[in-house]
Ligand binder design. Structure first.
Ligand SMILES: NC(=O)C1=CN([C@@H]2O[C@H](COP(=O)(O)OP(=O)(O)OC[C@H]3O[C@@H](n4cnc5c(N)ncnc54)[C@H](OP(=O)(O)O)[C@@H]3O)[C@@H](O)[C@H]2O)C=CC1
Ligand SMILES: O=C(CO)[C@H](O)[C@H](O)COP(=O)(O)O
Length: 474
């Protein structure tokens, strides 16, 4: 009898191809398939020596080459292409078989697909995979949702190819139905916030302190040896040190300053709005990309007057580091709160400490810092905010003078720091004994009889402003 594959991958662009190679390199026999068969052939021709691949030209051949229960991984474009692939394969599968969607699907689509396929006896496992092309090959962070039962059959395979930190795989069962894709979405939202904060730190050093990209690269290298150690800081140092071969200019200066986005950051913010969770850091990052991309708007605004400022100011990289670290704590705390809220809303029972654990390696936001987050959730799994954890509260307290100074300096210089300043505003809002929301409530009651609660008496009240401001119980 012909050898069967333990798992199959359909969709062999950068992610699927490298995931299939990673599986094969770990000794798993992998069936491979792609809509355009040239990609399948190229994979086997180029990398066939890395392990055992079973190439398939048709969906029927692909399904027939898988051992039962079948494990079929889809790595295609999110949205309609994913539905098209599911529609093509699901009729060929049998009860107990598993479809793993490793693309960046919207979690609501995953919930819909999971429910529909469950009715047909199939497991649909929406799985976040992070790490890009390199991670897919050498060890990504993997965030599978779906049923417990499917994780029993898939977990060991996925854990074998995931990144490992201190011997622990960066893969765990996140929770049922769309939980895996939700967590991946928030991972990407945090990725946006982290990148924006790094960009602001760079901007302050460049346009505030007047440092060159090469000098800033050195600053980032130093930071990467400390508490900010992370993949994003590491690659920033490399990018800033790079010189464009064509022009001899710093590479960062020859790139158009218009940041693009595929949508996961925007989804994170849209979902947070629906859940009522303030993720201001992620929102500012999405809007900052949006502003950068509005060429016409920016051209129109370029003639607006700026502050009277000297060309540069004395600005300490240590203080920028403090502002960056403090703002980063806020962004991550907000993202974890969003996962916490969704877990409660959808009954996912997500272990937040486990999410920090599987993000320590393999993914784009991998960082030393995540170990601290894991410890914070180990100490208090239900904490309403990471900010009050001893380590983070102390770090924020120690950073705050520099952080406030940095936001003030940036404002005076006219350097936009929406990430730093919104993070500080969030911090101050949480600290505040009283918020001006009381006034907002009074206004709402005035113009729309929307009612309010009082600080001293139970109940809901309305003031009849038109009748001599007499208060009545609503
Ligand atoms: N690139 C990255 O760094 C990351 C990507 N992801 C996600 O992983 C998934 C795969 O990403 P990536 O490898 O970059 O590939 P792409 O997102 O560029 O998708 C290309 C693949 O999708 C297939 N495809 C597109 N439309 C259809 C269709 N209608 N029917 C069948 N197959 C179709 C293509 O087949 P064909 O060759 O025939 O055109 C090809 O295999 C995406 O969902 C992406 O968001 C997740 C993490 C990181
Ligand atoms: O999923 C990823 C990492 O985990 C991708 O890198 C991410 O999709 C990039 O997003 P964008 O193109 O919107 O910046």
């Amino acid at each position: 009898m012909a050898e069967k594959a333990v798992i199959g991958v359909t969709g062999l662009a950068v992610m699927g191809r490298n995931l299939a190679r990673n599986l094969a390199r770990h000794g798993h026999t992998v069936a491979v398939h792609n809509r355009t068969t040239a990609r399948t052939k190229a994979l086997v021709e180029e990398f066939g020596h890395e392990g055992t691949f079973i190439p398939a030209e048709t969906a029927e051949e692909f399904v027939a080459s898988l051992e039962r229960p079948r494990r079929l991984v889809i790595m295609v474009k999110a949205g309609a292409p994913t539905d098209a692939v599911i529609d093509e394969f699901a009729p060929l599968l049998e009860p107990g078989d598993m479809i793993v969607d490793g693309g960046n699907a919207h979690f609501a689509d995953t919930r819909r697909r999971e429910a529909a396929l469950r009715e047909r006896g199939l497991h649909f496992v929406g799985t976040g995979i992070s790490g890009g092309e390199e991670g897919a090959l050498n060890g990504p962070s993997i965030m599978p949702g779906g049923s417990e039962e499917s994780y029993q059959a898939l977990g060991p395979l996925l854990e074998s190819i995931a990144a490992k930190v201190d011997g622990t795989p960066c893969c765990t069962h996140v929770g049922p139905d769309g939980a895996g894709h939700f967590v991946k979405m928030v991972h990407n939202g945090i990725e946006y916030a982290d990148m924006q904060l790094i960009a602001e730190a760079y901007d302050l050093l460049r346009n505030g302190a007047g440092m060159s990209p090469a000098e800033i690269a050195e600053v980032f290298r130093t930071w990467n040896a400390g508490r900010l150690e992370s993949y994003l800081i590491e690659i920033t140092a490399e990018v800033l040190a790079h010189v464009d071969a064509r022009t001899g200019k710093p590479f960062v200066d020859v790139i158009a300053d218009q940041a693009e986005q595929k949508g996961t950051g925007r989804w994170t913010v849209q979902t947070a709005l629906d859940l009522g969770v303030p993720v201001s850091g992620i929102a500012e990052a999405v809007f900052a990309r949006s502003v950068s991309g509005h060429g016409e708007l920016r051209r129109a605004g370029r003639s607006l007057p700026g502050p009277n400022r000297s060309a540069t100011v004395k600005l300490s990289p240590d203080d920028v580091e403090k502002a960056l670290y403090a703002s980063k704590i806020i962004a991550y705390a907000q993202g974890f709160n969003q996962i916490q809220a969704a877990s409660a809303e959808y009954g996912w029972n997500i272990d937040l400490g486990a999410m920090a654990t599987i993000w320590r390696g393999g993914c784009i936001i991998r960082a030393r810092f995540l170990d601290r987050i894991r410890k914070a959730y180990d100490a208090d799994p239900a904490t309403p905010t990471l900010l009050t954890d001893d380590h983070f509260a102390q770090a924020l307290g120690e950073a705050q003078d520099a952080w406030r100074g940095m936001v003030a300096t940036a404002t005076q210089l006219g350097v936009p720091v929406p990430g730093f300043s919104s993070a500080l505003a969030y911090y101050d809002a949480l600290r505040a004994e009283r918020l001006p929301a009381a006034l907002t409530q009074a206004q709402r009651d005035y113009f729309g009889a929307h009612t309010y609660r009082r600080v001293d008496v139970e109940g809901v009240f309305h003031t009849r402003w038109e009748a001599g401001a007499v208060e009545v119980e609503a």
